[in-house]
Design a protein around this ligand. Structure first.
Ligand SMILES: [Zn+2]
Ligand SMILES: [Zn+2]
Length: 207
């Protein structure tokens, strides 16, 4: 009986935790660019502004927080960066997109993997890194386009979209491959989920 009660308490706690983590309705998107970057955070802001019906603003911070540094792998821990961004969120309904040139990763010890981006699903903070967008020596313009697609992918997770089986959808899982080329957008199924939630993103042809 004792065990059963504990289990029930854990389930109740998890359920509550999930409810609390559900973010407020989207009112604005704030890009925080950390340190010097090769790609242009201002261009990303303009592109997102053209696609979104909410304002997209930008602010700059000198460097990533030291609390997220992983000395053993010489790169930053993306989940710690999300915690930092969450703590620095100022307004209800504001979604925060961190942007850095530094390499970011998930996992501990030998299971630490470099990644391009990470976002809570659902949630209101995500982080993207340009470090792995250089894949196959692409030019600046193409990398800037990859950055936009990556940002839309991580924001999609924030908006509760899981990975999508449609290879032409930007919510497709990367699985170690470069999937950010080809001027992709949310497929009709993913777009329908966003529209139902009142997250109105405009047609991709505009950017
Ligand atoms: Zn993803
Ligand atoms: Zn999709």
């Amino acid at each position: 009986m004792q065990k059963c009660l504990s289990l029930l308490l854990i389930i109740a706690f998890n359920h509550n935790a999930q409810k609390i983590s559900n973010p407020a309705a989207l009112q604005s998107i704030k890009i925080i660019a950390f340190g010097k970057t090769d790609l242009d955070a201002g261009v990303l802001q303009q592109q997102l502004n053209k696609l979104s019906r909410v304002p997209v603003t930008i602010s700059y911070e000198n460097k990533l927080p030291a609390t997220a540094w992983c000395e053993a792998r010489n790169r930053y821990l993306a989940d710690s960066l999300l915690v930092y961004l969450q703590q620095h969120k100022k307004m209800k309904g504001e979604y925060v997109l961190g942007f850095t040139a530094k390499d970011i990763s998930i996992g501990a010890g030998s299971s630490n993997w470099g990644i391009m981006g990470l976002g809570y699903c659902p949630g209101s903070v995500c982080i993207v890194s340009e470090y792995r967008l250089k894949h196959k020596n692409t030019g600046l313009l193409q990398r800037q386009e990859r950055l936009l697609q990556l940002a839309l992918h991580e924001l999609g997770h924030n908006f509760s979209l899981p990975h999508c089986p449609n290879v032409n959808c930007l919510m497709v899982a990367a699985k170690g491959k470069m999937t950010l080329d080809g001027h992709k957008y949310y497929c009709s199924k993913c777009s329908a989920v966003l529209t139902k939630k009142g997250i109105l993103l405009l047609d991709r042809q505009r950017v």
